[in-house]
Design a protein around this ligand. Structure first.
Ligand SMILES: [Zn+2]
Length: 147
């Protein structure tokens, strides 16, 4: 099989050009991986799982950048507490979830716990001890897995 590096469409080995992307290059599966491009079936079946949350978009972005630096595919999206009245909580965007592919959940969770500890250590010295205790509890409850 060959794949278009522009749109990812799959072609027979005899194909020379993508019908949707004139002039684009067709490469084999190894060629796609070397370019860091997902194969069509990988893209469809890959399941993203929530490994952590952030309380504001800046923190979420920091987590995403940190995980990307570790070569973990990641994205974040805002979640609203649908049943909570915005007027009474004063908090219309309560949290962001951080999602990574299933195979990266354990490593991502460890990295997130470390990053959270680092952020909290620099932001709030007073409540530091209590929050570290919380983080340890979170880390201990992470699912076991093979490394
Ligand atoms: Zn194409």
């Amino acid at each position: 099989m060959k794949y278009c590096i522009e749109c990812g469409s799959e072609y027979q080995d005899s194909a020379t050009e993508c019908s949707d992307c004139p002039g684009s290059q067709l490469v084999d599966a190894d060629g796609m991986r070397q370019r860091g491009l997902p194969l069509p079936h990988e893209r469809d079946t890959r399941e993203f799982i929530r490994v952590g949350t952030a309380e504001d978009p800046l923190t979420a972005e920091q987590f995403v950048r940190m995980l990307e630096a570790e070569n973990i595919p990641v994205f974040s999206r805002p979640r609203r507490a649908g049943t909570v009245d915005v007027l009474t909580t004063g908090n219309p965007m309560p949290w962001w979830e951080i999602l990574v592919p299933e195979e990266h959940t354990q490593r991502a969770a460890e990295l997130l716990a470390r990053e959270k500890a680092r952020l909290e250590a620099t932001s709030d010295e007073a409540s530091r001890a209590a929050e570290e205790e919380e983080l340890e509890t979170e880390a201990a409850s992470a699912p076991p897995g093979v490394s």
